[in-house]
Design a protein around this ligand. Structure first.
Ligand code: AMP
Length: 184
């Protein structure tokens, strides 16, 4: 049975729109997978918790896929996409051309070396909750048992997140005209 997965993406260096566009396009081409939706792009203040991503504001968004790829293989694939888009493996906590995270893998809870799903900090990050709420406000976090709309309503995250305006058109044709599968 295919799983519904949500992948967060972000870029804060170089041509951020182009990096996001390329990442979404590569995700849309994954085998054994179907692109269900892509959020709008959000411009977000860099969060400095355990990392120092630099001064540049991020562009962030979320991709929703249906896939037969296992979570572990998907993580490996995301890391290959990061490398192919110039992510600096030697300075993973610095500014990043592209950062890809598995936010949810269906309702599965995974705690393995190098792979934690749901992503452990997603519920604390407005820049994840806003695009998640756009794609599927009723999606329920499998351990917190709260929907994306509820988590967003109650988040204490004060970092600034705004819709990028104007939204760029995609060069590679990866972003569906409608961001939500329910409207397609
Ligand atoms: P980052 O620097 O944000 O790209 O973090 C990448 C590291 O987080 C890698 O070592 C991954 O193995 C690990 N990781 C753990 N859980 C996840 C997840 N759900 N999605 C992506 N990376 C993860």
């Amino acid at each position: 049975m295919p799983e519904t997965v949500f992948i967060g993406f972000g870029s804060n260096v170089g041509d951020r729109v182009d990096y996001c566009d390329r990442a979404v396009t590569l995700l849309s081409l994954l085998p054994h997978s179907r692109l269900l939706g892509v959020s709008l792009l959000y411009e977000t203040e860099p969060v400095r918790d355990q990392t120092d991503p630099g001064e540049g504001w991020f562009l962030n968004g979320v991709v929703q896929l249906e896939t037969d790829i296992t979570a572990r293989s998907l993580l490996t694939t995301l890391q290959e996409i990061e490398r192919s888009l110039g992510r600096d493996d030697d300075d993973r906590s610095g500014p990043r051309t592209i950062d890809l995270d598995i936010l949810f893998y269906g309702e599965q809870v995974i705690k393995e070396p190098g792979l934690t799903v749901p992503h452990p900090r997603l519920h604390q990050r407005r820049f994840v909750l806003m695009p998640m709420n756009e794609l599927d406000p009723l999606w329920v976090h499998p351990t917190l048992k709260q929907s994306m709309a509820e988590l967003l309503k109650h988040t204490k995250d004060q970092f600034h997140v705004q819709l990028l305006f104007p939204q760029p058109s995609t060069k590679y044709g990866s972003r569906p005209a409608c961001s939500s599968p329910s409207g397609s």
